[in-house]
Ligand binder design. Structure first.
Ligand code: B12
Ligand code: SF4
Length: 470
């Protein structure tokens, strides 16, 4: 925990609830990209902003000894501020109840309390709904004057010019038995998204698409590099290619910084593959692409633009994307979504990405996020197992949609088998052998870490499959 320096100010404890993805009992070396190694952009940007108005200590559950939050002395804080998304909501509510039980004021913010404020207010005293930049000053003032409102709602979207450089000192100071805990520092360059995927809640949260001035992004990276001596970054934009001209400008300005970075891209990068070379020159080493599926019907259902094409066109476009990134030494990750009852298995898509030597595969059964169009679709068709499925004990094991063709156990079993097969020993070896010399070393590292994570997941599966409802 990091102590803020100034006294006689409002004192806040800023909490990032634990995610259910750290598998208890499995050594952390098998979980190389677990949440206890992922620096939270939310905490970093929020801490920097809040520290202008309050004394702030940060507590991220996954970075602290397991179960240590309840015994934390909280007398010195005026309030406990908790961030939550759909996956941490359940734990955030437990934390809210815990501190309220001790007579503390609890404030919640983040995408989940923003889209479900009434639900969140059952576990806290105040919800900061939406982007917080223009709200926290008033909120802190009201808190110290004892007139905290129940809801602070973001009106006009904040100007992204002048966002404060994130404060990652809490994370960077953390060490584990395996050395420095954090791998990369997240930087936000835009908000919102131009796409309209039917399972996603981002559009409702951000409403518009806005960009930070490139100049400010560049000086932020410089400052973080200098401050922490780290040169590995991740851009936490929903899609780094929301506006071609702006992305090009950003990439050009990154070249002299000599950093390495990764980010999310949507499959619409297929129209701009000439940027792959510039991306590599600017330090891009990792591209996570939301391919979701190779099946046009599934893509249409998900509201993905690529679904307007024939299967051959989809395969050609995906092949071209992967080839362009690989040609420039950029490791790729394919994010897949398995649509209920439309595809017999997720295996066919996985096979395709294996044949194209994609290093990471992230397969998942479709999860309709609260307030997203597909949530309402499944709700009105009586296909949701529970309206508030995110309140289940363990998010990682929840399949919220009732499938007609498969039991929940089979869906989870097949998804995990797909992941395990993909990152099995021989397949891994085959992909490493197929990788060009320009990315073999990096690829080797990626593949080996995937292999380790997979062993960890196998342990999770062995212990948890029996607990799925049929
Ligand atoms: C980057 C990212 C990740 C990264 C995180 C990397 C990192 N270093 O932080 C990775 C890849 C690990 C990841 C994983 C997951 N993610 Co994600 N991720 C994002 C993404 C693209 C950006 C989040 C971010 O950092 N934004 C920048 C910060 C500054 O903004 P912010 O968090 O919104 O915070 C602002 C306000 O909300 C507010 N605020 C936030 N908290 C609080 C608290 C208080 C007290 C106050 C006052 C204000 C406040 O202040 C901030 C400044 O305005 C978002 C999409 C999005 N645009 O939100 C999805 C998103 C958050 N992810 C999502 C999901 C579902 C997941 C996963 C569950 C996916 C999965 N199946 O594995 C996991 C969960 C991991 C976890 N433990 O939380 C969903 C959540 C949906 C929902 N309704 O909650 C989102 C919205 C994407 C989507 N398609 O809908 N993710
Ligand atoms: S899933 Fe990603 S690409 Fe699709 S709308 Fe949401 S943020 Fe945009």
């Amino acid at each position: 925990m990091r102590r803020g320096a100034r006294l006689n100010m409002t004192r806040l404890l800023l909490v990032l609830p634990r995610a259910s993805f750290v598998i208890k009992g499995v050594p952390r070396v098998f979980q190389p990209f677990g949440p206890d190694r992922t620096v939270s952009a939310t905490i970093g940007y929020l801490a920097a902003r809040l520290r202008r108005h309050a004394e702030v200590d940060v507590f991220c559950e996954d970075f602290e000894p397991y179960g240590s939050l309840p015994s934390l002395p909280c007398e010195r804080y005026d309030a406990v501020a908790v961030t939550a998304n759909v996956c941490t909501a359940h734990r955030a509510y437990q934390i809210g109840d815990l501190f309220r039980g001790r007579g503390k004021t609890v404030i919640m913010g983040g995408i989940h309390p923003s889209v479900m404020p009434e639900e969140a207010l059952g576990h806290c005293d105040c919800v900061v709904a939406g982007e917080a930049e223009d709200l926290v000053a008033g909120m802190c003032q009201d808190l110290s004057a004892g007139r905290l409102a129940r809801v602070y709602r973001c009106g006009p979207k904040p100007d992204l010019k002048g966002i404060f450089c994130p404060d990652y000192s809490y994370f960077v100071d953390k060490f584990s038995p395996y050395g420095r805990r954090t791998f990369f520092l997240p930087v936000e360059t835009s908000r919102g998204c131009v796409h309209a995927c039917a399972f996603c809640s981002v559009k409702r949260f951000h409403e518009t698409t806005r960009f930070r001035p490139v100049e400010e992004v560049v000086s932020e990276i410089r400052e973080l590099k200098e401050r922490h001596g780290m040169s590995l970054f991740s851009f936490v934009d929903n899609d780094l290619l929301l506006d071609r001209a702006r992305t090009e400008e950003l990439l050009r300005r990154l070249v002299p910084l000599k950093i390495r970075w990764g980010s999310f891209w949507s499959a619409s990068v297929a129209e701009h593959l000439d940027l792959a070379g510039l991306a590599a020159a600017s330090g891009c080493v990792f591209a996570a692409v939301g391919f979701e599926s190779i099946d046009p019907a599934a893509l249409r259902f998900l509201g993905k633009g690529a679904g307007r094409r024939s299967r051959e066109e989809v395969l050609d476009a995906y092949t071209a994307i992967i080839a362009a990134f690989h040609r420039h030494g950029i490791t790729t990750q394919a994010n897949l979504v398995w649509v209920p009852d439309l595809e017999p298995s997720i295996e066919r898509s996985a096979e395709f990405f294996h044949s194209r030597s994609v290093g990471f595969l992230v397969p998942a059964p479709l999860v309709p996020l609260p307030n997203a169009p597909l949530y309402r679709h499944f709700e009105s068709n009586g296909m949701l197992k529970s309206e508030r499925w995110w309140l289940a004990e363990d998010y990682a094991r929840v399949v919220p949609v009732r499938w007609k063709t498969l039991s929940t156990k089979d869906v989870m079993n097949l998804t995990l088998s797909c992941l395990e097969d993909y990152h099995g020993f021989w397949r891994t070896l085959r992909r490493i052998a197929a990788a060009g010399a320009n990315r073999r070393l990096r690829f080797l590292l990626v593949e080996l870490t995937s292999l380790l994570s997979c062993w960890a997941r196998r342990r999770l599966r062995l212990r948890s499959l029996d607990r799925f409802d049929p």
